[in-house]
Design a protein around this ligand. Structure first.
Ligand code: PEP
Length: 261
């Protein structure tokens, strides 16, 4: 089935009050010129409002095509959780899509599958879109455990998610060893992992859900390697870190994804 490609820019802990909105202003018109691809930016919390404004959210009936995304959230609706940010707060700032389980949150900040699942379910229960990130470490890959790890991440991360809610889920397959390292999975290796993830989704839900769910690739994707990755049948877009901080690079990837439609 035809899946609309999706490209997200994960700004991580980069940009500031000036450069974030400036980057957003550079992206908005060019993204609008590529209607074949859905585009989102995952912005540091303090700059969500300013970036939303720069993207034109709220200022016109149609707004911009670039969705405002958050890099994380907390699952509880409110309360004594010092330092955390609720989904209601994100919605209040115009966020429509949230990353869960990014490898830096799992491996640097110690998030467990259980916490990732609680966040994923809370995002979906609040009627937002969720990008659930999974992927194996280098040790796991070298030990031949890539498929087992990704299956476990999918089953745990999506526990309790309904087939209807899956319409609002994108999976980001991001081999941990490729994130921010300049090392990129070969198109064939990425395709194999994506196809396996899709087969797991078919087992967990059904083939219609598996066919409809976007599985995007993340890990040092850039203009020079995007087209060949995106040409693979089960790679439905990209989650982009480093290359999303330069408008021209990010937009070249958006364009490459749009050309697949
Ligand atoms: C990411 O942050 O999800 C990512 C894929 O980063 P990079 O593109 O820099 O590897």
């Amino acid at each position: 089935m035809a899946r609309t490609p999706s490209v997200g820019g994960n700004w991580k802990m980069n940009t500031d009050r000036t450069t974030g909105p400036a980057l957003a202003r550079d992206l908005a018109p060019a993204a609008a010129a590529n209607p074949g691809c859905e585009v989102a930016v995952f912005v540091p919390f303090p700059y969500l409002l300013a970036v939303g404004e720069a993207l034109g959210h709220g200022s016109s009936p149609r707004g911009t095509r670039v969705r405002l995304g958050a890099q994380d959230c907390y699952f509880a609706p409110d309360g004594a959780y010092t330092g955390e940010v609720s989904i209601h707060m994100l919605k209040d700032c115009g966020v429509s899509v949230v990353l869960t389980g990014h490898s830096e949150r799992r491996h640097v900040l110690g998030e467990t599958d259980q916490l990732v699942n609680a966040k994923t379910r809370a995002v979906l229960d609040a009627d937002l879109e969720c990008v659930l990130c999974i992927g194996e470490t280098l040790d796991q890959r070298q030990a031949g455990r890539t498929d087992a790890v990704n299956e476990a991440r999918l089953r745990a991360g999506l526990a309790g998610v309904t087939a209807e809610q899956m319409a609002h889920v994108t999976i980001a397959y991001e081999p941990v060893w490729a994130i921010g390292t300049g090392k990129v999975a070969t198109p064939a290796d990425a395709q194999t992992a994506h196809a396996r993830c899709r087969a797991v989704l078919a087992e967990m839900f059904d083939s219609a859900v598996a066919d409809a769910t976007r599985i995007i690739y993340g890990g040092s994707m850039k203009p020079t390697n995007a087209a060949e990755l995106l040409a693979e049948p089960d790679i439905d877009g990209g989650l982009i870190g480093g290359a999303s901080l330069k408008a021209a690079d990010f937009l070249a990837i958006v364009e490459a994804a749009g050309e697949q439609t």
